[in-house]
Design a protein. Structure first.
Length: 309
């Protein structure tokens, strides 16, 4: 989390190229697809490397990377709609020259917007396959982790004490509330930036936040911006409808509290994800905080989330 200066990426690029070469994949290019806390590189026609470059961030070690790889490998084996790990490099977290990394198959984006009903369907398809995942995953981990993030200096410098109290209160309450609903392995961060419309169909990616919790958490992650920031109820209904039509069940109360928890999580991580936020980012953060203030005494979902459409 945070951003890496261009002059700081030579060493992680070298690390990824050396791991690829050691496994017989010739890195014949170096296209930078993303450069933030995670550096994403296309190193060959088929190979993409994701390298953690923020080594001082709140996530240390490789345990969380190992969870991501185990979940992604399980999903790909069962033909779920996900971007697969690269077949030439054994599916495990690597660390070289001090940088944790893993390796993925390159997919070609179409550039067109995904069909909302297919968003819901493909998320349900992933949930169905995740039911068979039998390795341990932490419960509601992103919420627990976000409480710890609020103790970091970056958060205490960015947020006023009342805002810290607001976020901590919502995170704590959401943990207690969501713990009462059925739980299973989840994506954990299923916003639409982690869904690609490709020549192979809609594919989910970025499983580093995977944990167990109610399926409504992933749905809340998918619809929060559309529902609250864009106020596009039609698209929300189509996403939820696609999930239900694929066989999924949605508890409106669990979805309501997941929406609250999602807003609190995203707000808590802002100082880490966006240490130098644009004006647009600051406006979005303030809208999340203003919305959370209206949720302070709310126990019930809005009528628009009754999932009966």
């Amino acid at each position: 989390m945070g951003h890496t200066r261009m002059q700081d990426i030579d060493l992680p690029i070298k690390a990824a190229r050396e791991i690829a070469s050691a496994h017989g994949v010739i890195p014949d290019r170096c296209d930078i697809l993303q450069n933030s806390s995670t550096l994403v590189l296309r190193l060959s026609e088929t190979l993409v490397a994701r390298i953690v470059t923020n080594l001082d961030g709140p996530r240390q070690g490789k345990e969380w990377y190992a969870r991501e790889i185990a979940v992604a490998a399980h999903l790909a084996r069962h033909k779920a709609p996900v971007i697969p790990l690269h077949p030439a490099i054994p599916p495990e977290p690597y660390e070289h020259l001090g940088f944790p990394m893993n390796f993925w198959q390159f997919v070609t984006a179409t550039g067109s917007d995904p069909d909302p009903e297919m968003i819901g369907k493909t998320l349900h398809d992933c949930h169905e396959v995740l039911l068979k995942f039998d390795q341990h995953l932490p419960h509601l981990e992103i919420l627990e982790e976000s409480i710890r993030v609020l103790e970091l200096k970056s958060a205490r410098n960015h947020f006023s004490p009342p805002t810290l109290e607001l976020l901590r209160g919502h995170l704590t309450t959401t943990i207690g509330t969501l713990g009462q609903f059925p739980s299973q392995p989840l994506h954990g961060d299923a916003h639409l930036g982690n869904l690609m419309n490709t020549t192979s169909g809609l594919l989910w990616t970025d499983w580093e936040d995977t944990f167990t919790g109610p399926v409504e958490w992933d749905l809340a992650s998918a619809i929060w911006n559309i529902l609250i920031l864009e106020e596009d109820q039609t698209t929300v209904d189509q996403i939820l409808g696609g999930y239900r039509q694929a066989g999924g069940e949605i508890n409106p109360l669990a979805l309501h509290h997941s929406l609250i928890g999602r807003a609190a999580v995203m707000s808590a991580w802002y100082p880490i994800l966006y240490p130098h936020p644009s004006q647009d980012r600051l406006i979005k953060l303030q809208r999340r905080l203003d919305w959370l203030k209206t949720m302070a005494s709310s126990d019930q979902p809005s009528s628009s989330l009754n999932c009966q459409n």
